[in-house]
Design a binder for this molecule. Structure first.
Ligand code: GCB
Length: 596
């Protein structure tokens, strides 16, 4: 734990100009919340007129003041109440044609009524805002958050007024060279308040965070800690899991923290039986309810074991792209559709690429029994030598693990994708690996690495980062970016590591409905043939412990401009963006059914 605090405080030191979001509240699904979803007024502000004056100094009377003319001569050059409306949650790109390619600032405003209550603290919690959010309440700045895919919250107990209040958020999705991700990605830079916004009511002293998981190699020892927040920090906390006969009372120290172990006989969570237990964490005035699944995951040599049983990960990669309607996915229904398709394909595993997905995806995977690879957007060519960039990546990892550390399906924390080999890159990523291990001793750590030929037919897995990982992800495009599909038949795979390898990507593009012979690129037949050759090769690789081909569904990408074929879509999906199955879907499905 100690090291985590060092990382977080380093992050705070590097950015002292704004109030930081308050430490994250765990499991908001198990709390008393008031939704601020729905219609928000917006002002599109490409020149940031509402933020800086004509000398580029921050304007103390920016749009966040929500000013109104005081008399008929008063000049106020904006008006939220007459402005357009966007839905929250939701990206702006898919809601308004003029915002389709927009990258810049949009101001969001929401009014709400609140009746103040005694002994109650109030927080505002954002599921995610892409990419930078500056949050104001009643004209006063609350703070800032950077990173488009993780939650953050601010306490507003002393800022909220009786009756009407207004929240204004300056959302900026400009891509930055020193951002995480950086300028170049292969996905759409959807801007906006893309996930739920909630007010959370908690008592004066409450259970802010907790960790309740099965110890790494055990089937019956639960390791746990609880962190209270408030003025009455040292008190009894009761943990109940009635179905497992657990009823434990522990005492927190003067910092509100306690760590403990519980022994019990449990039915373990698995894809075949995604068993969840009702868990209650009660301190004197606060009760949080959760549903937790218990399972363990470990490696021995090149094998992966779930609950002590060897498992091959039959997976698929998924972007957080909405099925059928397009845009960012956010809802339970989106998650049910995407994960339902993965199940039909025969998957027991998904790689949620390339950033933390919304909580509905994780909760649905938990209920449906689908294992999850969870990733942060340390993607391609991050600035490895910049301390602020590291602090940003580290904070995103911190928020991701904090949110999902009690979720059974998550078995792998990935610290990045296809990062080019170099000493500074390996140093940067090793620090992330260490951080993930410090925060969570129960899961495996991975990253998607690139392949490397040692002669024309032999690929050697020897990325130096592999030394620090438990499982090596490996992205390979033999037969797509690298020769024709039949090339895969003669490739020999070698690994320097006695560790499990997962093919974290392999894939080729096809436009749904385009039929031709198997050597005609973009045809469904080409893609199906690509998968046949990949499967031939995969069957021969003894150390391969899983695969997540690229990708479940076609997704929007500004890099993909070929007219009539791509039209701003990466076409490597087994489903089209409208949910139509391509031929390759059935090729992979047949293989996965054989492996079951
Ligand atoms: C990759 C990347 C992924 C791309 C994919 C592609 O290696 O990790 O983000 O979308 O290739 O389609 O080229």
């Amino acid at each position: 734990m100690k090291k985590i605090f060092i990382v977080v405080s380093l992050f705070m030191l590097l950015r002292t100009d704004f109030a930081q979001p308050y430490p994250l509240i765990q499991n908001i699904q198990g709390r008393k919340t008031i939704s601020l979803n729905g219609d928000w007024r917006i002002i599109i502000d490409p020149y940031e007129t509402g933020f800086v004056n004509y000398r580029l100094d921050e304007d103390q009377n920016g749009f966040f003041k929500n000013a109104k003319p005081k008399n008929k001569s008063d000049r106020i050059e904006y008006d939220f109440d007459k402005s357009e409306i966007l839905k929250v949650p939701g990206d702006w790109n898919s809601q308004q044609e003029k915002l389709f390619l927009y990258e810049g600032t949009v101001w969001y405003k929401k009014s709400f009524n609140y009746n103040k209550k005694n002994n109650t603290r109030l927080y505002i919690y954002f599921g995610a805002v892409n990419y930078e959010a500056i949050v104001y309440i009643n004209g006063e700045k609350l703070g800032e958050h950077i990173g488009g895919f993780t939650p953050f919250n601010f306490e507003i107990t002393n800022k909220v007024k009786e009756g009407e209040n207004f929240i204004i958020v300056k959302v900026d999705n400009k891509r930055l060279r020193n951002g995480v991700p950086t300028l170049n990605t292969d996905w759409w830079n959807y801007g906006g308040i893309t996930r739920d916004v909630n007010l959370i009511e908690v008592p004066q002293t409450f259970t802010r965070d907790y960790f309740i998981q099965l110890a790494k190699k055990s089937k019956y020892v639960i390791i746990a800690w609880v962190q209270l927040d408030g003025s009455n920090l040292s008190q009894n906390v009761n943990i109940r899991i009635p179905e497992a006969g657990i009823d434990e009372t522990v005492k927190t120290n003067d910092k509100g923290y306690t760590a403990f172990k519980i022994k019990s006989k449990l039915t373990l969570w698995s894809p075949e039986n995604p068993k969840l237990y009702d868990v209650t964490i009660a301190s004197s005035n606060d009760t949080v309810n959760d549903k937790i699944g218990f399972r363990n995951i470990e490696t021995k040599g090149t094998k992966i074991f779930l609950n002590g049983k060897e498992i091959f990960l039959r997976g698929i990669c998924i972007h957080e792209e909405a099925p059928i309607r397009s845009g960012r996915a956010y809802s339970k229904e989106d998650a049910q559709t995407l994960l339902g398709w993965a199940k039909e394909l025969g998957c027991n595993f998904v790689r949620l690429a390339h950033y933390p997905h919304n909580v509905n995806m994780i909760r649905q995977a938990e209920e449906m029994g689908i294992l999850v690879w969870s990733e942060i957007p340390v993607y391609w060519t991050i600035l490895w030598d910049d301390e602020k960039v590291f602090a940003n990546a580290s904070n995103q990892l911190n928020e991701n693990i904090t949110r999902d550390k009690n979720r059974a399906p998550v078995i792998l924390w990935s610290v990045g994708n296809e990062t080019p080999r170099s000493i500074p890159r390996t140093k940067f990523m090793k620090k992330l690996v260490d951080q993930a291990r410090d925060m969570d001793s129960t899961r495996l750590i991975t990253a998607a690495t690139e392949i490397h030929y040692i002669n024309s037919k032999t690929i050697m897995i020897d990325d130096p980062l592999g030394k620090y990982l438990d499982v090596l992800g490996c992205n390979e495009y033999i037969g797509w970016y690298d020769g024709l599909p039949a090339k895969a038949d003669s490739i020999i795979w070698k690994s320097d590591y006695d560790k499990p390898i997962v093919f974290s990507e392999l894939g080729g593009g096809a436009k749904y409905g385009l039929h031709a012979d198997s050597l005609t690129i973009w045809s469904e037949e080409f893609q199906a043939n690509f998968y046949k050759h990949q499967i031939n090769m995969i069957k021969k690789i003894a150390f391969l412990q899983g695969m997540t081909p690229w990708i479940l569904m076609d997704f929007r990408s500004p890099r993909r401009v070929l007219p009539g074929i791509q039209d701003f879509y990466n076409r490597k999906g087994l489903f089209s963006d409208k949910g139509e199955r391509k031929k390759a879907f059935y090729v992979l499905q047949t293989y996965y059914n054989l492996l079951k």
